[in-house]
Design a protein around this ligand. Structure first.
Ligand code: PEP
Length: 251
């Protein structure tokens, strides 16, 4: 049985005091880690406080990006060891906004995914097609290429622990959710790709999230699908009550 994972992606939102209040308010209300993994992926400046605030509770803290190098002349960047030092649990890698606005490539996504495992961080690797690609029937081949490149070089044990977030770009922040059939079809294909690339055992264990306008009204149907093991959520993760509803649906 794969444990559901609900991850909120705050993107570039919330001042530090607002983020702190959010985690302090929800930390006693989330279900236990045995039922569902609850993750808050916050901007870097929030992480020192949030990591402390979440420590003895069932909330895990994630970053939204990192560099793959250990240290050095990379002004403005944050390294995997810096996140490890703050006891961060997860790191989002290759979000479509990073691919679109910050030149993230499949190659850098792969380097970051490998670096995450060197530093006890679990990567949430984002993949997903554009509207144009979907309309040209390129979704499956495009997403397959992204998955294969992102996971290249991982051991079976590491691949089992990766979280893959399937996020069709046309559904992110647009209010347009993929239908549950569309979402599950691509998640099932991703699982098949992982089976080919690694093994059936890895494919059975790897967790695949759907992301794209997930909200309390549609999460249960999405999580009811055979190959959807959780959600990566932007807008609906910013308010405590809706985030808690999403996490509760994951139990
Ligand atoms: C996201 O940030 O990854 C996302 C899916 O955003 P939203 O839920 O707002 O579509």
């Amino acid at each position: 049985m794969r444990k559901p994972i609900i991850a909120g992606n705050w993107k570039m939102n919330k001042l530090v005091a607002e983020g702190a209040r959010f985690v302090v308010d929800i930390r006693e209300k989330v279900p236990t880690n045995e039922d569902v993994d609850t993750v808050v992926c916050a901007p870097f400046v929030h992480i020192p406080f949030l990591s402390e605030a979440a420590r003895d509770y069932h909330v895990k803290i994630g970053a939204q990006n990192m560099h793959y190098e250990e240290s050095g002349a990379f002004t403005g960047e944050v390294s995997p060891s810096m996140l490890e030092d703050l006891l961060v649990d997860y790191v989002v890698i290759g979000h479509s906004e990073r691919r679109q606005y910050f030149n993230e490539t499949d190659e850098s996504v792969n380097k970051k995914t490998l670096a995450a495992f060197e530093h006890n961080l679990l990567p949430i690797v984002c993949v997903g097609e554009s509207l144009e690609q979907r309309e040209n029937n390129e979704t499956m081949s495009f997403v397959e290429g992204q998955v294969r490149q992102a996971l290249d070089g991982l051991s079976d044990e590491q691949a089992k622990q990766v979280v893959i977030a399937y996020e069709p770009i046309w559904a992110i922040g647009t209010g347009k959710t993929a239908t549950t059939d569309q979402a599950n079809e691509v998640c099932a294909h991703i699982r098949q790709v992982v089976k080919d690339q690694f093994s059936g055992e890895v494919a059975e264990e790897v967790r695949i999230q759907y992301g794209g306008s997930v909200k309390p009204e549609n999460i249960e149907e999405l999580l009811g699908q055979s190959d959807i093991d959780g959600a990566l959520v932007g807008g609906a993760s910013l308010k405590e009550d809706s985030f808690l509803k999403l996490v509760e649906a994951g139990q």
